[in-house]
Ligand binder design. Structure first.
Ligand SMILES: C[S@@+](CC[C@H](N)C(=O)[O-])C[C@H]1O[C@@H](n2cnc3c(N)ncnc32)[C@H](O)[C@@H]1O
Length: 460
């Protein structure tokens, strides 16, 4: 792509930014939906995997329909907890705000390297300077998008520049910003790329591969309403940018996503609460991809987000996002109709704890649907470590925890945040299963026996 394409998108997008902040929230008025404030972002403890930070956070908890509150948290936080939360907020906001400088530094290094080449070599790369300029322009467009995300986040620091000032200030004026670590910057880049998976037309294949088996299983096993006429209530822990729980809400279920990453929460808050139409923004998710690009146009390829209007839910929908650690913010209250996990269970330090927790959340007769690989996030971490079960061991543990296997499929090809144009393509061969918590607890023993035999006789 040449630099003109960047300019083409940045102007309309800039206009749209204003429309989004003015209209998005007003139109997406959850209060219209049965007085249930919806895409609410609730209460919270935040962790960021892999960082040393563990923070608790009370982002904000808007008015919320009491019946729908998954868990009325009554924890008392100490001042140091609260300060830790604030610090974590600052760190994440600073990482987002550092994005432009981080990218510009990288582009600057490429330019320096180019200029250090002999003129003979430089002459062999006539289009490179224009490509680097285009990268800077795309960085700027992404940065405007990031600022829109940050605009929605409360708790401005007293000396923090307003987003308008930040947006207009030349990159050089961010020189004084203290550097942000590569761990945090990776999170920012990942967040931008997650928009491809969840909220772009380019992510349709991934969503079809990963989300459709889960949505189909929900459709097959979970009636929209129970005998009393109450809507089935579904939880999706580790929901990333929120597309899967949004799809469940669109199907008519009471649906809650849950996340503990502030990076994801800031971004999903923006898309779910501030984007009132499809294709409001154009962003450039692959500009940071250094290797395996076929062409500079591929590296500069933009995506339109969101691919659908997040407001496209029925007027009586019930949808929320619960912020915090899945193990901490939900009680094992046996009230959920289904738990849906996608690329999630391998995030556990102790996967057995996740299984027990899911079992405790479900009401008798309710379902757990899972799809994903077993890429243990804490594997090989000297300090932390995790229980690195094979699927065979995991399945036995699930059965021994009381679940009955209803369906199981292995070898499901799934891409995860893939650049379709890249020369490198990695594909998971995922497992999918549908399990049920028995109606009667005392049937568990015989279920165990049946299912363990079943497992042994169906080696995959
Ligand atoms: C691999 S991503 C999958 C995201 C999404 N389900 C998808 O398929 O695109 C796992 C997500 O789970 C979140 N996560 C990990 N552990 C969590 C926990 N204990 N509570 C809530 N979220 C968690 C991470 O922040 C991350 O966004």
């Amino acid at each position: 792509m040449d630099s003109i394409a960047c300019e083409e998108v940045s102007s309309p997008a800039a206009a749209d930014f204003a429309a989004a902040s003015e209209n998005g929230k007003a139109e997406f008025n959850y209060a219209e939906a049965e007085e249930e404030p919806r895409h609410d972002f609730h209460d919270h403890h935040f962790h960021e995997h892999g960082s040393n930070s563990h923070s608790h956070s009370h982002v904000h908890s808007d008015a919320y329909h009491k019946d729908q509150v998954p868990h009325p948290e009554e924890m008392v936080y100490s001042d140091s907890d609260l300060e830790e939360e604030r610090q974590h907020f600052r760190t994440v906001k600073a990482a987002f705000r550092y994005y432009r400088k981080h990218c510009f530094k990288k582009i600057g290094r490429q330019k320096t390297h180019y200029l250090a080449l002999s003129s003979t070599h430089r002459n062999k790369l006539p289009s490179l300077p224009a490509h680097l300029d285009a990268l800077r322009q795309c960085t700027d467009v992404n940065y405007q998008f990031i600022l829109r995300i940050l605009e929605q986040i409360p708790f401005d620091e007293p000396n923090e520049p307003t987003m308008e000032v930040a947006a207009q200030s030349p990159a050089d004026q961010t020189e004084s910003m203290p550097p942000v670590g590569s761990f945090q910057m990776d999170k920012v880049h990942t967040t931008i790329r997650m928009f491809v998976r969840d909220w772009s037309a380019e992510g349709a294949l991934e969503r079809h591969q990963s989300y459709d088996p889960l949505l189909n299983a929900v459709r097959k096993y979970v009636p929209l309403r129970d005998k009393e006429g109450d809507r089935a209530k579904i939880l999706n822990p580790g929901s990333g940018l929120g597309r899967l729980p949004w799809e469940l809400a669109r199907m008519g279920y009471t649906s809650f996503g849950n996340e503990f990453s502030l990076y994801m929460l800031f971004a999903s808050n923006f898309v779910l609460n501030c984007c009132s139409e499809a294709d409001m923004y154009k962003i450039y998710p692959w500009i940071g991809q250094a290797s395996n690009n076929m062409s500079s146009a591929d590296k500069l390829a933009g995506i339109s987000v969101p691919d659908v209007s997040p407001t496209d839910l029925s007027p009586d929908h019930c949808f929320g996002m619960v912020a915090g650690d899945f193990l901490e913010v939900f009680h094992r209250d046996g009230t959920w109709s289904a738990v849906v996990t996608c690329f999630f269970i391998d995030t556990a330090r102790n996967i057995l704890e996740y299984i027990e927790h899911i079992y405790g959340l479900l009401r008798p007769g309710a379902f757990w649907f899972n799809l994903g690989p077993l890429l243990y996030h804490f594997a090989d971490r000297a300090q932390e470590g995790c229980t690195e079960l094979t699927y065979e061991e995991l399945k036995e543990a699930i059965i021994r925890s009381g679940f009955v296997f209803l369906e199981e499929r292995c070898d499901i090809p799934c891409l995860y945040v893939q650049n379709a144009r890249s020369m490198l393509r990695s594909e998971y061969r995922c497992i999918f299963f549908a399990c049920q918590k028995p109606l009667e607890e005392n049937t568990q023993v015989s279920n165990h026996e049946t299912e363990v035999k079943y497992r042994l006789s169906t080696e995959h």
